[in-house]
Ligand binder design. Structure first.
Ligand code: MTE
Ligand code: QUE
Ligand code: MOS
Length: 788
């Protein structure tokens, strides 16, 4: 054998190592690659980076009016503070003022008009953050107040919209409702949700040669930040480089709205020629940035005596805030998920995008899907109360099923629906029907404390519904010592994307993960990336990285076959070693050999999702490559005197296809469930009548903490169920689907309330079901039962 290495192992030793299993490929619970660093504090976030010399800090002064004309801005008082470099308003932006992601509507700084309480009106840059803040607050702004619209119902009534309404239709809902066996009409308010990422919005920039800009941005969407920074500076995209190592959480909140601090910093850096950082403090972040869309929903539903839906009409009105942002696609996704797991035989679904004078609402885990599912789950419970049935039985009756019961209102056929099977699994592991009886017996005896139980399914469509976004790129270099460096278009926000991509490349080359370094996402290396969103980070970037690795591997196979004079089929990679016929060698040896023989050891990779298409004008197609399924069963104890509650037990079962990393997937499932539970229970956003967000910090906005966890919390992944589609190693997306398992928590609370009137009526409780709302719901229900 010709090797450039001094061989220390015999061929027999190499062969025996070759035959052992690799420990770090796909399917193994390897640790999140930032885990140790996050625990020790060594993981670097943008605010932890060493500061550039001469760096400026930016503070944006927010509007204290919800809707007003700006009559004048006087920034001269700002300059009375030592260390202030510049104070800017809309007029100072050198390029385009608008930073709207899809369509315009989001000025970087308010220009003549403010449209919400919290909108950035001017920005001050100083040598330190506190000086910048004091100086910005010293500016004098004169307004002329205009009438604000703060209420989504009012906006809907006045057709005060940011974008046109849209409809999905299946069959004939009108006739079905007219001929209804039974009929229920209702209304529901669903609250928004603050992202509460631990790292607030931040960017740090460095002006470079020839009008360039190096940008460190905490963003899920580096390409969009690149485009918008170029746009506000009035330069080509090739002048701007975005670097993103990791976020301290994104949850959708950094998909579009990370652009503001990056663009603001870039403008100031351009005007001052100094490196600039903008870190948005928590209160300002909560007031300035958009949240999950609150929704107002009206429904009219017909059902037979088994509880099977005959026809349905739904109006979904998303409260978009003052500008479109991503609301077009978000309300679409709510419409796509109004069916959740159920066949809606005759359906008319209307989606409205209401404009209010609040911050522009944006992507948040589930992207409108959760707001679509909550109403149909409310409807299932209402049907059950109406027919005196167990809600789970009504749900199962309506599941998508065989033959003609599998078409959605957007005309995609539901295939490979595993919900009926996995419902059996969780029924067995959770003892649902036995516990139902126990709980009824408990409630009959217990006057003040009442228990509730609910099991709800999830079917969530995977793919961006804007089909063009379903693409990704990657870049892999193999160095001459056999170490590997990967870059891909996805961003790491804690979800474990980099760990999974590392495992995928480890699997392709059959080398241990430690050999592979994943580097910061960088628009210099992989261009034109889609946001890391729609749960498809691994599906898209994992495939792109796999393709890049396969290209290099194929070159190595061809080379080795020729070099050792064997068939290509006789070249195999295993456990960091390579066999070429009877020749065994370490991975780094084949790399050395290939290098000396002038084989390219670097490659890009590209992937686009096959099979999907969608025509929005006719509202039909196959927007989703596949669906991810799951179920949750929650048991709660409610104190009917105080409205307080405690979750006693939760069972989760989530379909992740063939898991790439069960430990990471279980973390995603538990985290998503808890976040969903928080949304529907304690996380309440309150605005005053001036449009000021009153819940602008953790003291008034209650995210779940350790004491809010279910006392008995059991999470399982569906076992040995490969994704039938050709996804990366037949895995399924996991980031968002389990968020909607949290709906079971909300339904369980309502089940406990329903017990006070013997389960005859569905309690009227909007989301979130805060203790106050629970108490009012109980009161209302008691009055209803007494016929008041
Ligand atoms: N998990 C953590 N720890 N932090 C996050 O910000 N975002 C969620 C989910 N899981 C998030 C998370 C959202 S909104 C999405 S769309 C997916 O992760 C994105 O990553 P993926 O596509 O790689 O799963
Ligand atoms: C789910 C998503 C997104 C989506 C559609 C989904 C998303 C997103 C967009 C989008 C749509 C149109 C655009 C654009 C982005 O659509 O995150 O830039 O022009 O950004 O079903 O998560
Ligand atoms: Mo997730 S809401 O698609 O960033």
């Amino acid at each position: 054998m010709s090797s450039q290495f001094i061989q220390t192992k015999t061929q027999a030793e190499l062969e025996s190592i070759f035959k052992k299993d690799l420990k770090t490929g796909v399917g193994r619970s390897i640790k999140h690659d930032s885990a140790d660093k996050q625990v020790s504090g060594e993981a670097l976030y943008i605010d932890d980076k060493l500061e550039f010399p001469n760096q400026l800090h930016v503070y944006a002064r927010m509007s204290d009016r919800a809707h007003a004309k700006i009559l004048s801005i006087d920034t001269s008082p700002c300059y009375e503070f030592d260390g202030v470099a510049i104070a800017i308003t809309a007029k100072d932006v050198p390029g385009n003022l608008d930073i709207g992601p899809v369509v315009s509507g989001d000025p970087l700084l308010a220009d003549d008009l403010v449209e919400y309480y919290g909108q950035a009106v001017l920005a001050v840059a100083a040598n330190d953050h506190e000086t910048a803040r004091k100086a910005a607050m010293a500016a004098i702004i004169e307004y002329e107040d205009l009438e604000p619209v703060l209420c989504v119902e009012e906006a809907l009534e006045k057709k005060h919209f940011v974008l046109d309404s849209h409809q999905h239709v299946l069959g004939d809902s009108k006739t079905a409702l007219a001929n209804a066996t039974n009929r229920i009409q209702g209304k529901l308010h669903i609250g928004g949700q603050e992202h509460f990422y631990l790292e607030t919005q931040i960017a740090s920039v460095m002006p470079t040669e020839d009008g360039g800009m190096m940008v460190f941005s905490s963003t899920q969407n580096p390409t969009e930040v690149q485009k918008l920074v170029a746009s506000v500076l009035g330069v080509d995209m090739h002048k701007v480089v975005i670097d993103m190592r990791r976020m301290g959480g994104g949850f959708g909140g950094k998909e579009t709205q990370a652009a503001l601090p990056a663009c603001m910093s870039a403008v100031i850096a351009r005007l001052t020629n100094r490196p600039t950082k903008m870190r948005v403090p928590r209160m300002e972040d909560m007031m300035m940035t958009g949240k999950r869309h609150p929704f107002f929903v009206k429904y009219d539903v017909a059902f037979d005596n088994d509880g099977m839906i005959e026809g349905i009409e739904v109006d979904l009105a998303g409260n978009c805030g003052y500008s479109p942002d991503l609301s077009g696609s978000i309300v679409d996704r709510a419409m796509f998920h109004i069916d959740n797991a159920y066949f809606l035989k005759n359906a008319t679904i209307n989606g409205h995008r209401c404009k209010t004078n609040t911050a522009s609402n944006t992507a948040y885990r589930g992207f409108g899907g959760p707001q679509g599912m909550v109403p149909i789950e409310e409807i299932m419970d209402s049907i059950a109360r109406n027919l005196n049935k167990d809600p789970l039985d009504v749900r199962r009756t309506n599941y998508y099923g065989k033959d003609d019961r599998n078409e959605t209102a957007y005309h995609q056929t539901v295939e490979h629906n595993i919900l009926p099977e996995i419902t059996e699994e969780i029924l067995a592991s959770s003892d649902y029907y036995e516990r139902r009886e126990e709980i009824k017996a408990f409630n009959a005896e217990s006057r003040i404390l009442k228990k509730g139980l609910a099991m709800t399914p999830v079917k969530f469509g995977i793919s961006f519904t804007a089909t063009f976004l379903n693409q990704a790129g990657a870049l892999i270099h193999v160095y001459t010592d056999g170490s590997i460096r990967i870059n891909h278009g996805g961003t790491e926000m804690g979800q474990g994307l980099n760990t999974k991509v590392r495992q995928i490349v480890s699997e392709v080359f059959q080398v241990e993960a430690e050999r592979i370094e994943i580097t910061a996402t960088n628009t210099d290396k992989v261009p034109n990336t889609s946001p890391t969103a729609a749960s498809s980070g691994t599906d898209l970037n994992g495939k792109a990285a796999q393709n890049a690795a396969l290209t290099i591997k194929q070159r190595l196979v061809e080379f080795a076959a020729k070099h050792f004079n064997v068939e290509e089929s006789q070249v195999e990679f295993n456990n960091s070693h390579v066999r070429a016929g009877e020749n065994y060698m370490a991975f780094e040896e084949i790399i050395q050999l290939a290098y000396f023989n002038q084989v390219s050891l670097s490659s890009t990779g590209f992937y686009k999702t096959p099979k999907i298409y969608y025509d929005r004008d006719s509202a039909s197609g196959r927007p989703f490559y596949y669906y991810a399924y799951g179920l949750a069963c929650c048991e709660v104890l409610v104190d009917t005197y105080t409205g307080e509650y405690k979750f006693l037990r939760t069972d989760l079962l989530q379909d992740v296809g063939e898991s790439l990393n069960p430990a990471i997937d279980i973390g995603q499932v538990e985290g998503a469930f808890v976040q969903g539970m928080g949304w529907l229970t304690t996380e309440e956003l309150v605005w005053n009548d001036k449009g000021r967000l009153m819940t602008s910090g953790p003291a008034s906005y209650k995210v779940p903490a350790i004491a809010d966890m279910p006392i008995d919390f059991r999470t399982n992944l569906v076992e040995s169920r490969k994704n039938p589609e050709d996804t990366v190693y037949h895995s399924k997306a996991v980031g968002e689907p389990p968020f909607m398992l949290g709906i079971a928590a909300w339904c369980a609370i309502k089940d406990a309330i329903a017990s006070v009137a013997d389960y005859k009526y569905q309690p009227e409780v909007d989301a979130p079901a805060t203790p106050e709302r629970v108490l009012m719901g109980i009161q209302k229900l008691r009055e209803k039962a007494k016929g008041l």
